[in-house]
Write a protein that binds this ligand. Structure first.
Ligand code: MG
Length: 376
């Protein structure tokens, strides 16, 4: 390491020691990467991770993958990429006020949905069915697979060779992994999980309102939304319907984030948490909403499940997605010679079903519909 390197490295460490809370993950304490690399002249480890994720092809494809509503429905609603950016924005806000490691938070947020197949959770369920005899399909698991094996960008290693804290954090999202004996996830991971939930609860409702699947009056029957509307109306006397809707959505986000920060701060103090190892050893998650807001949020999620995620228009899209993915899974499994050359190279080592699943799950919605012959 030259003098310039050591100055910048020590600057990051010094800055983190001054700014970050003792329970934050300091980059100087990273376990490192699977394949050893020399440190960068002026980017800290988690900054490099974030950059690698942003430059990956799986990340770019999120722009054309469904969050809840497909591109057929217009251009207002969230895609998987804009959902990801909203998660990152909410998570960084929470991370900054709690004095956590924002570079780590941003990396975790930007990669959290990178394993999503086309057509959102509908696509995930179909691929899980298709892969029933080869280990199933889970988007969180696929994210780890992408960043450790499938991305092909560096001559020295497969995947992105991310810091281990990011891989462990993403793995904690996999069904059943929470009880794997590793203890509680880092606070940075817990913040991203909480921000994900805040983002989709609010933007799925906003998108459904814009698309006319819901009426604001219906949402205002829920305590969380009526509380937000009261706060907006105290501040603004005359808003038109659209202004009111957008102001209420903003207010709901503010209520959820503020409650999460206040409750988490209280929990950290009450449990006297002073280090990441104390977080790991705690008997439950520390980044949580208050009981009251948790109940209100659960009520909102039940409402969205019934009224949005199971809306006939959404179910019709799911059915189309199912037809497209099932048809392609069967076709490529029967004729793997039709796969792209890069996928065919993996057949011997990985086996046909998993290679077909990797190929299909990497597709954007548009590419999948075209390949299935449902859009030309
Ligand atoms: Mg998400």
């Amino acid at each position: 390491m030259n003098d310039f390197d050591s100055t910048l490295d020590s600057t990051t460490a010094e800055w983190e020691s001054l700014w970050l809370a003792p329970y934050a993950m300091h980059s100087v304490d990273t376990v490192g990467r699977e394949h050893e690399e020399s440190s960068h002249a002026y980017r800290a480890p988690y900054q490099r991770d974030r950059d690698r994720i942003v430059h990956s092809s799986a990340y770019r494809r999120l722009a054309h993958k469904t969050q809840v509503f497909t591109g057929e429905k217009g251009d207002y609603h969230r895609t998987r990429l804009t959902h990801t950016l909203e998660v990152s924005s909410v998570a960084r806000t929470i991370g900054r006020v709690l004095r956590l490691n924002e570079d780590l938070i941003e990396s975790l947020a930007l990669m959290h949905d990178i394993g999503h197949p086309p057509f959102g959770h509908a696509g995930e369920e179909i691929l899980d069915e298709c892969c029933v005899n080869c280990g199933g399909f889970n988007h969180n698991q696929q994210a780890v697979r992408i960043v450790t094996r499938l991305e092909d960008r560096y001559p020295d290693f497969p995947g992105l060779n991310l810091s281990k804290e990011i891989l462990v954090g993403q793995s904690s999202r996999i069904r059943g992994e929470k009880s794997s004996g590793r203890g509680q996830a880092l606070l940075e991971v817990q913040v991203v999980d909480a921000a994900d939930s805040i983002a989709y609860d609010t933007h799925d409702a906003d998108d459904a309102l814009e698309l006319g699947l819901l009426d604001l009056d219906e949402l205002l029957e829920l305590p969380l939304w009526s509380d937000a509307a009261r706060r907006v109306q105290r501040e603004y006397s005359a808003l038109d319907a659209e202004q009111l809707r957008r102001a209420v959505v903003r207010q709901v986000i503010d209520i959820l984030v503020t409650d999460l920060v206040d409750t988490t701060t209280g929990q950290l103090k009450a449990a006297n948490i002073e280090s990441p190892s104390a977080v790991a050893g705690h008997d439950r998650r520390l980044v949580v909403p208050s009981r009251e807001v948790f109940e209100q949020k659960t009520q909102l999620e039940k409402f969205l499940f019934q009224r949005v995620y199971r809306h006939p228009a959404v179910l019709a899209e799911r059915s189309l997605a199912g037809d497209a993915l099932r048809e392609m899974f069967q076709r490529f499994s029967k004729h793997p010679e039709g796969l792209p050359a890069k996928s065919r190279e993996q057949l011997e080592q990985t086996g046909v079903p998993r290679v077909v699943c990797d190929f299909l799950s990497g597709m954007t919605d548009r590419c999948a519909l075209e390949e299935a012959g449902l859009r030309g």
